[in-house]
Design a protein around this ligand. Structure first.
Ligand SMILES: [Cu+2]
Length: 142
């Protein structure tokens, strides 16, 4: 009886530990690095429904461009049922990365910029893209 209880307790503790390890490793690499400059430019301007060209400029703490990074973008919105849009950027000039991203609806978007830097660090920066316009200037549904 006592032995059985100890075994169950041990198993429970083991599962909890496993869960913690999974949670920690999932969260790794997605935190922001505030000293890294992430500048987004979006074409066309103002942003509209449809294909957009996103250019991301990465710079280090000294303001120097960071070349050789891997950059992925996730376009998303905060409402329920939103299907996020993913795209991979390619380096066009040292420190400048470009991707096509489709704004699939009007309204307030945000872009998550995920970058694996050449020094081995990873980061994620959230950039707000408010008021993506419908082409026929309809008011966006809530
Ligand atoms: Cu949406």
């Amino acid at each position: 009886m006592g032995e059985m209880f100890r075994q169950r307790w041990f198993l429970g503790a083991l599962l909890l530990l496993l869960l913690l390890v999974v949670l920690v490793s999932c969260g790794r690499g997605t935190k922001d690095l505030p000293e890294i400059g992430v500048a987004l430019s979006i074409e066309p301007q103002p942003p509209q429904i449809g294909e957009a060209t996103i250019t991301v400029a990465l710079s280090d703490a000294a303001g120097q461009p960071i070349g050789g990074a891997s950059v992925e973008l996730e376009g998303n919105m905060t409402h329920a049922g939103m299907v996020p849009v993913f795209t991979t950027a390619s380096e066009v000039t040292p420190g400048e990365y470009r991707a096509e991203l489709e704004f699939t609806m009007g309204g307030d978007w945000f872009i998550l910029v995920r970058a694996d830097l050449p020094d081995g660090r990873s980061m994620e920066r959230k950039v707000e893209v408010p008021g993506v316009d419908t082409i026929c200037s309809e008011t966006p549904s809530p």
